[in-house]
Design a protein around this ligand. Structure first.
Ligand SMILES: [Zn+2]
Length: 485
């Protein structure tokens, strides 16, 4: 009996002690800054953390994650939607089961939900929920995709494909791995689950790193740069294909021309119009196999704004913007720049064609409204080239090697020269006081091709240079800064 009462007493004491501890813990919790409001509400908010990026607004974040602005603010005890700063962490509510830090990555061309899931070791359902993807066709190359940050493991960047008739063991050996590792990292329930043609990921660098995701076998690898694409930019599509394959395709409905490179790959360069509406555009690739059969792949690619400024309204002689004059001349240039010459004449970066290499009076892409003096006639346009400082009589040099395809007077553009650099790339020089080359002539980089002037319909002497890539006038500055391809 005595033993029993002693035990009961101890239990009571223990019970009181627990109560005291719990009370103090609750007090500590209530005294912690910011916790009072949460304690009165439902349980403390849980969910993944998003790090606010420069340029983010709270409503932008709310719409990205499909939550209401009110819920987002409530989850984070915020009262002012404008009071956010880049780098701060906020909780995204309504994503039960998802935790950790979320990061945004740019989606590569050829990447599918399946490949993303495999490579990052997260389920497709999870990716769909996190990114509000209802259809696989919503995976636009160049768009941002939200992924949970990997803390314990690096993404699996080495790919290994299971060929027809091949066992997982054979594929694993080729990938410098073993079937059990491949089974584990690819979340397969058993080695039997790997199907021929499936893209698997291997932690080993010996795997075929060139195998693209979710693309037909004719395309060993496809690299699209830059992503996202930009208005007025030059896009580069490099394909490693099976031997004997003929490549074609289109970007935003413009046919692509592929040319072989020394390493066995093929490259197509394509300009994007300065006024192309930002948004997703189809990039379609087609491979014709030696037996005549075709394989194709299509994915939407994001084209973003070039953020070109507006120039002041330009009052011009109405004849300057008369379509009867401007259209035939533009058509003439379009025809001259249409052929994609199989020879590539240029090497490396382009060189500035001007005396003052870093001084510009007008840059490419500027939005322009031309108004005919004394009329209501207006033309919405853009500046199709780069204007350099320096006036009448200064030498104009070839920015790269090439062949002159036109040298002569034009009504609007004055004394004009067009140089074919090969592979669909051309340089144009207008308003010259003197042309120093002839059609058919080969020119070398740095060679004087003419003199700056004010011929044609211009207000004064200036040096205008434009670059055409596969039928589109692009930002020449890119060709001075980067090496294509
Ligand atoms: Zn110009």
């Amino acid at each position: 009996m005595a033993i029993f009462s002693q035990a009961t007493g101890s239990l009571l004491k223990l019970n009181n002690m627990i109560k005291r501890i719990l009370t103090s813990l609750l007090l500590i919790y209530l005294l912690l800054p910011g916790s009072a409001a949460r304690a009165q509400d439902t349980p403390p908010p849980s969910g993944p953390i998003y790090i606010i990026q420069p340029g983010d607004s709270l409503s932008l974040i709310a719409s990205r994650f499909g939550v209401s602005l009110d819920d987002l603010m409530a989850a984070n005890n915020m009262s002012d939607a404008n009071n956010i700063s880049a780098g701060a962490q906020i909780i995204i509510p309504g994503l039960e089961g998802i935790n950790g830090v979320l990061v945004t990555q740019i989606l590569n061309y050829g990447e599918t939900l399946h490949s993303l899931s495999r490579r990052n070791r997260i389920s497709e359902a999870f990716l769909r929920k996190l990114n509000h993807i209802t259809s696989p066709s919503e995976l636009y190359a160049g768009a941002g995709i939200v992924l949970p940050q990997q803390t314990d493991a690096n993404p699996l960047n080495h790919r290994a494909t299971l060929n027809a008739g091949e066992s997982l063991l054979e594929a694993a050996i080729r990938a410098g791995s073993d079937p059990w590792t491949l089974q584990q990292v690819n979340s397969l329930n058993g080695t039997w689950e790997a199907l021929p043609g499936e893209v698997l990921y291997s932690p080993s660098a010996a795997a075929e790193t060139s195998e693209p995701n979710g693309m037909p076998t004719a395309f060993a690898s496809v690299t699209v740069t830059p992503l996202p694409m930009t208005q007025g930019g030059t896009s580069e599509i490099i394909i490693q294909s099976q031997p004997g394959v003929t490549l074609g395709g289109s970007l935003a409905d413009m046919p692509l021309h592929f040319f072989p490179q020394e390493d066995g790959s093929h490259v197509a360069l394509q300009g994007l119009h300065a006024m192309l509406e930002p948004g997703p555009y189809p990039l379609e690739l087609e491979a014709t196999l030696p037996d005549g059969s075709k394989q194709s792949y299509q994915q939407m690619v994001i084209v973003q704004s070039g953020y070109y400024p507006n120039d002041p309204l330009l009052l011009v002689d109405p004849a300057t913007i008369d379509p009867a004059v401007t259209e035939p001349e533009f058509q003439q240039l379009t025809q001259l720049t249409a052929p994609a010459t199989p020879t590539r004449y240029w090497q490396g970066k382009f060189q500035s064609p001007a005396s003052f290499t870093d001084c510009f009076t007008s840059r490419y892409g500027n939005r322009r409204i031309y108004q005919g003096q004394g009329t209501d006639q207006q033309i919405q346009s853009f500046h199709s080239g780069l204007d350099f400082c320096g006036g009448e009589g200064l030498p104009i040099t070839a920015p790269a090697d090439g062949v002159v395809v036109f040298a002569g007077p034009l009504t609007v553009r004055g004394n004009a020269t067009l140089i074919d650099h090969g592979w669909g790339v051309y340089s144009g020089f207008w308003h010259q006081s003197e042309i120093k080359v002839q059609t058919g002539q080969t020119v070398k980089q740095g060679e004087v091709i003419g003199l700056v002037g004010g011929t044609g319909r211009v207000t004064g002497a200036h040096q205008h240079w434009e670059v055409w890539v596969n039928g589109v006038q692009v930002n020449p500055m890119n060709w001075l800064d980067a090496v294509y391809p």
